[in-house]
Design a protein around this ligand. Structure first.
Ligand code: FE2
Length: 429
């Protein structure tokens, strides 16, 4: 007897299997007899059944605030930070909490069930921190939310940021963050990396730092982050987010840097939707794309995951909570168009991101948490191409979202019958 059986789905590795769910766990991944007892059956015949999408880089305190109190006219990172400073002065605890909860509804419906969100600690009231701690608790039955203590205005540049960041960690924020490229000098940035990594080592926490989010080829805090990671024995527990300066660095220097990042087992989290619109704003032509060196990192054995970063906030006016949009943009900007590379992009928004976040019980094996998404696509590449409907989303053993298959019809003059207006490859579904 199962609580739920998902019938006939295609797993990301191409296997076709039924999935039996019992007591919040995956209890079977194999062909099951037609007469097997189940509380509920989902027919996923020919549909892609994937472990849930995972976003390792987001800002849930700022999401869904686009236009409040005004729009970012220049489109730059720095105007976005200034605008966020204006918004912080007028927002309430309830504003932050309710926007975050609304976003979690979007995410759940898209099969995005684990999110690492930075939360700004440069606020003497710690309003965003307290709001997102409540949200983390309220969504825990269907979304795993990790919070990063993020001193947006610079942990040394802002006079009270250090104390407030420590207070946020004391309140239960999960990870240590930072923004070394926004400190007053390169030297101060390096000092912030060192001090924040020491805090993580003392408290036994992971680190995820906004690092070198700039077009400046001399912004080299990732080098310091790798050094401090090894000095403090933090290997495998540190991520560098953005790393956009690597796009502009001298190739010889990068040939030394990549092995250092690999040795330190630092994960990289580029955010292609944001990097492509925020970076290069000061360029004429040719205009830089700003995305870090994804394929080169992977060739050196560095774990890379795609992050979303922003949805409808001071830095980005669009966004859908769909990690397939992120993978789609990422594979274009990084030129990962070979089928093997596109599959890797799918892995980056699922298994790779789950590994970066250290999620336990993630996957579609027996014993894993019963969380999955059924997509109206036949395989991972088709999922990225179509960014299709999520036909069903199951989180921790419960069906939390259903959507009827799109049966829109196309009527062509002179043709006797209508045809289904779908774009799945011939023979699929
Ligand atoms: Fe960010």
């Amino acid at each position: 007897m199962f609580d739920i059986v998902v019938r006939g789905g295609i797993l990301p590795d191409g296997r076709q299997a039924d999935i039996g769910i019992r007591a919040g766990r995956i209890a079977a991944v194999e062909p099951l007899p037609a007469e097997v007892a189940a509380g509920e059956v989902i027919d996923a015949t020919g549909d892609l059944v994937s472990p849930p999408f995972v976003d390792p880089h987001f800002h849930m305190d700022a999401t869904l605030s686009f236009g409040i109190p005004r729009i970012n006219a220049s489109g730059t990172l720095l105007e976005g930070i200034a605008l966020w400073g204006e918004l912080k002065k007028v927002m309430s605890f309830e504003d932050v909490r309710d926007r975050a909860l609304a976003y979690c509804d979007w995410a759940a419906s898209m099969g995005l069930l684990a999110i690492r969100s930075h939360v700004d600690t440069c606020d003497d009231r710690l309003l965003g921190v307290r709001a997102l701690l409540e949200v983390r608790d309220r969504v825990k039955d269907y979304i795993d939310l990790q919070l990063v203590a993020f001193p947006q205005d610079g942990v040394f540049r802002d006079p009270t940021a250090w104390d407030n960041t420590m207070r946020a960690l004391d309140l239960g924020v999960d990870l240590v963050g930072g923004i070394p490229h926004f400190e007053r000098t390169m030297k101060e940035g390096a000092r912030s990396v060192r001090a924040l990594c020491e805090v993580a080592a003392e408290r036994g926490l992971m680190v995820d730092m906004h690092c070198d989010e700039t077009d400046d080829p001399m912004s080299r805090h990732i080098e310091t982050l790798a050094f401090e990671t090894q000095r403090l024995g933090l290997e495998g527990r540190v991520a560098g987010s953005h790393l956009t300066s690597m796009h502009s660095m001298d190739n010889y220097y990068v040939s030394k840097l990549l092995p250092l990042i690999a040795e330190a087992q630092i994960a990289a989290i580029p955010n292609p939707l944001i990097n492509i619109v925020i970076q290069g704003r000061h360029d004429t032509y040719p205009r830089r794309r700003g995305l870090t060196r994804v394929k080169e990192m992977q060739a050196h054995g560095i774990r890379v995951g795609w992050g979303q970063d922003c949805v409808r906030d001071p830095w980005y006016s669009l966004g859908t909570a769909d990690m397939l949009d992120v993978a789609f943009m990422g594979l274009h900007v990084a030129q990962m168009t070979h089928p093997d590379e596109m599959r890797r992009c799918f892995d980056m928004v699922t298994t790779q991101n789950a590994a970066i976040m250290g999620l336990e019980g993630y996957g579609l094996e027996v014993g894993c948490a019963a969380s999955l998404v059924v997509l109206d696509a036949g395989d991972p590449v088709e999922a990225i191409r179509l960014r299709p409907d999520r036909l069903a989303v199951i989180s921790k053993g419960r069906i939390i979202s259903r959507k009827a298959r799109n049966d829109a019809r196309l009527s062509i003059p002179g043709r006797p019958e209508t045809v289904r207006r779908r774009h799945r490859a011939p023979g699929d579904g």
